[in-house]
Ligand binder design. Structure first.
Ligand code: ZN
Length: 98
């Protein structure tokens, strides 16, 4: 796969980017007789939670050359995202910050 894009960093003019998605989740485990979590029996398995709640999410495009972060929001990870949409997200984030 070709990782070169036609998207250009407004700061350094490089064209290599990474989209980063940070999320904070709170996992809840009901306390019961054998182990925390109704689905756990002998040990606490991190993925056998009773409730998961997203507390925070942060999404940005990072220039891999100069490290500048451009906050963005994409919720559809389909082929519908075009180079132009990414460039526009970078441009609007750049306008806000600089
Ligand atoms: Zn850059």
């Amino acid at each position: 796969m070709d990782h070169n894009t036609h998207v250009v960093c407004p700061v350094c003019s490089a064209n290599h980017f990474t989209l980063k998605y940070q999320a904070t989740y709170e996992y809840s485990y009901s306390i019961d007789g054998n182990a925390p979590g109704v689905n756990n029996t002998n040990e606490l398995l991190p993925y056998m939670y009773d409730k998961r709640e997203q507390k925070d999410a942060n999404q940005y495009i990072e220039c891999t050359n100069c490290g500048t972060n451009y906050p963005c929001y994409f919720d559809k990870w389909t082929e519908g995202i075009t180079t132009q949409m990414i460039q526009e997200a970078i441009a609007s984030a750049y306008m806000v910050r600089f």
